[in-house]
Design a protein around this ligand. Structure first.
Ligand SMILES: Nc1ncnc2c1ncn2[C@@H]1O[C@H](COP(=O)(O)OP(=O)(O)O)[C@@H](O)[C@H]1O
Ligand SMILES: [Mg+2]
Length: 399
């Protein structure tokens, strides 16, 4: 394949290793400075210029987008996606993972365990928010910090409040997060490639520092993580839409707590700690997936008028429980089941003989009108305002 590595640091350890790994495997590989691309929307099709000239054909790109150029970098990656060039990390995935609040919102929707987190704006809401996540000491984080900068441990409510007010007064948004004391200044970095963890290391903070980032003096060592940690790391990366990711987890009392998912994980520390060829694993994965450029399913499918995606929950009282999918009547009603979710289990393309159970969730594609009656009613919050009676004025007053 012909691969472009998007990077502004051609000499950095990670870029060098990726380039070498690709070349050793017989691929054509170029390191291209992300900021030298021009996004060309003037012709019939989306196109890219590089250093002022039309870009030649590439089969795949590997984005290594630094934090300081997220906006431009993701625009370039998005343009490659529009041109059907394969990328393991999509622009959407990179954007989602860059912002700690956005990432936390998405992961919590899918039940990924994380340290209790909250986000508030008004002064009056700060103290209750801190108490909601367990009180002081509490962790305060800038939404877009990296390398441990912008992560503060506030020892008391008063200090926490002062820090948050100060940051907000300079228009910086902050997250409030439970301090996971039991992790004792250590965390786990799992390197996810595709659907597996290819390498993992433990990072330990130095002295009385609580942040384990290598840039904060943290040390690293190889670690064999148990399957639960591997499963959580892969799931977090998948949900974020990243096929190459460094997933950071704290070791909580009840298991792994995901802190963040990095879309351009550094390779130096992890290759040194584990002695594993992580760069090679990344290149092999891209080579294997290059035939499947990202397709925005929602975008493509939404042009079929009257059809859409919905989640149907199989309920005890409904007539679906105990029936094989093939006899559920769904396909006769022009409804296709894409995936069946049972607890944490996901069954893609479930077969007609698959027997439905109470609580199964079916992700369906079909006629919206047919699906409407099958969608479970949302638990309504009681409305505070009383409905007006049909005749708001008593008859006597009206007459
Ligand atoms: N809620 C927390 N409890 C305990 N330690 C934490 C918590 N959040 C972060 N840390 C420590 O601080 C480090 C940096 O936090 P992180 O959210 O990963 O920010 P950054 O993007 O700057 O690396 C983590 O690697 C971890 O060691
Ligand atoms: Mg981190």
């Amino acid at each position: 394949m012909k691969l472009a590595i998007l990077s502004r640091a051609p000499r950095s350890y990670s870029t060098q290793r990726l380039r070498t790994a690709a070349a050793q495997r017989g691929h054509t590989v170029k390191v291209l400075n992300t900021l030298r691309f021009g996004i060309d929307l003037s012709g019939d099709e989306p196109d890219l210029q590089f250093r002022g000239r039309p870009l030649s054909h590439y089969d795949a790109v590997l984005p290594r987008i630094g934090n300081s150029i997220t906006y431009y970098g993701t625009a370039v990656v998005r343009q490659f996606e529009q041109m059907d060039v394969y990328t393991p990390n999509t622009a959407g995935g990179i954007t989602n993972s860059r912002d700690k609040l956005r990432a936390t919102q998405i992961l919590s929707r899918h039940g990924v365990a994380m340290p209790a987190t909250t986000f508030v704006q008004d002064r009056a809401d700060v103290i209750p928010a801190i108490e909601r996540v367990g009180g002081a000491p509490v962790v305060i984080k800038l939404l877009e910090g990296t390398q441990g900068i912008g992560v503060i441990l506030a020892p008391s409510l008063k200090v926490a409040e002062a820090i948050i007010e100060t940051l907000q007064s300079t228009r910086q948004n902050v997250l409030i997060q439970r301090f996971v004391k039991e992790s004792k200044g250590r965390d786990i970095r799992a390197l996810v490639v595709g659907d597996r963890v290819v390498a993992a290391m433990r990072r330990s903070a130095q002295g009385d520092e609580f942040r384990s980032n290598v840039h904060r003096g943290g040390s690293v060592e190889k670690v064999d993580i148990d399957p639960k940690f591997q499963e959580v790391a892969v799931r977090a990366a998948q949900i974020m839409g990243l096929k190459v990711a460094g997933v950071d987890m704290l070791e909580g009392d009840d298991g792994p707590l995901v802190m963040e998912v990095n879309s351009s994980p550094g390779l130096e520390g992890i290759e040194a700690a584990t002695n594993l060829d992580v760069a090679g694993a990344i290149i092999d994965y891209i080579d294997n997936q290059v035939a499947f450029p990202h397709i925005d399913v929602r975008e493509r499918l939404s042009v079929s008028t009257g059809y859409g995606v919905a989640e149907i929950v199989v309920h005890g009282d409904a007539d679906l429980v105990g029936k094989p999918l093939g006899e559920s009547g769904l396909s006769e009603r022009d409804i296709t089941v894409l995936t069946l979710h049972r607890g944490v289990l996901v069954i893609p393309n479930p077969r007609p003989r698959h027997v439905l159970e109470d609580g199964d969730r079916l992700l369906c594609w079909g006629k919206l009108e047919e699906m409407r009656s099958m969608i479970p009613e949302r638990p309504k919050r009681r409305s505070r305002v009383k409905k007006l009676p049909k005749n708001p004025l008593p008859d006597s007053a009206a007459g």
